[in-house]
Design a protein around this ligand. Sequence first.
Ligand code: BYC
Length: 327
Amino acid sequence: MYAQMVKTDAKRVKRPEEMSEQERAFQARIDRGEKIEPKDWMPEDYRRTLIRQIGQHAHSEIVGQLPEGNWITRAPSLQRKAILLAKVQDEAGHGLYLYSAAETLGISRDELIAMLHSGRMKYSSIFNYPTLTWADIGAVGWLVDGAAIMNQVPLCRASYGPYSRAMVRICKEESFHQRQGFEILLVLSKGSAAQRRMCQDAIDRWWWPSVMMFGPNDEASPHSAQSMQWKIKRFSNDDLRQRFIDVCAEQVKLLGMRLPDRELKWNEERQHYDHGPIDWSEFYNVINGNGPCNKERLAVRVQAHEEGAWVREAALAHVEKKRRRYA
Ligand code: BYC
């Protein structure tokens, strides 16, 4: 059900002698570190890869509002409510910049949304898990936004101009989100025994799904080689995942909590943390539409879109009225 409609054909990277003259000139621009802009010539697969990635990213921001939105009415104080409300609004804004960046590639927001709603485009696996307690809002901020930043800071240097520029502001906001999540957990970690248990339980449930956010291992990632040659991706899935694990393994100590991985251990030789095996069957199960909340998430988005139709119609009618008045 969740197979991407925006398929790309680049299963292996072309050698220079297999490229057309135009493709070689394009790759040379990328290699020189030039930005590609919407009106520049680009290979069809480059365009489709970007639509797939930016579209999936935009959808993730929009669907990503749902797990946290679930706690706006139940936040423990007025201040927490105001902060969470602002954060969820930020995610909506990120979705809108990203849809705009995708539109520069010749696809409309309506088309992208229709593909999301019909299951032909993906959104991040992470948003198919439920937020069961207030500590989950802390864990989402610390781990999910933390993973998002690790993956997205390099995207500020992606070769496609509109995407890279959108990412600059998004990353600034994400880093605030990450800190507010950590602070929620820090408060709980210093609280009562029940609060500390709630904090640990949230970390236990969000850790592995966050580790999976970076996508499949490098050898199982069909798009990485080409995306890295085109400098859309600047680091591999496994490299970013390792950096994330290294950072979290240290930060969790400040909380006096533990990550749910018995094999997590500093490796002096590698200068990285070793970690236990990732359950990829869970990841593929979730991205194939069978995670704990996939059906609910999509149903809520479709309903919101349908119920908002009158707003879109009213806005269009207003534009048309103004156009006629000043014609
Ligand atoms: N979930 O060849 P690969 C956020 C798919 S943060 C679902 O490695 P690629 C937020 C992939 O699409 C989250 N699907 O692909 C944070 C591909 O499927 P198709 C959003 C995944 O594209 C807080 C297949 O697996 N961030 O928004 O080179 C609050 C093979 O993978 C996932 C972004 O989107 C996954 N986790 O690399 C609110 C960042 N991982 O097309 C919101 C931008 C992989 O073959 N995206 N797949 O059917 C990227 O950096 C890259 O697209 C990825 C995947 C690293 C995610």
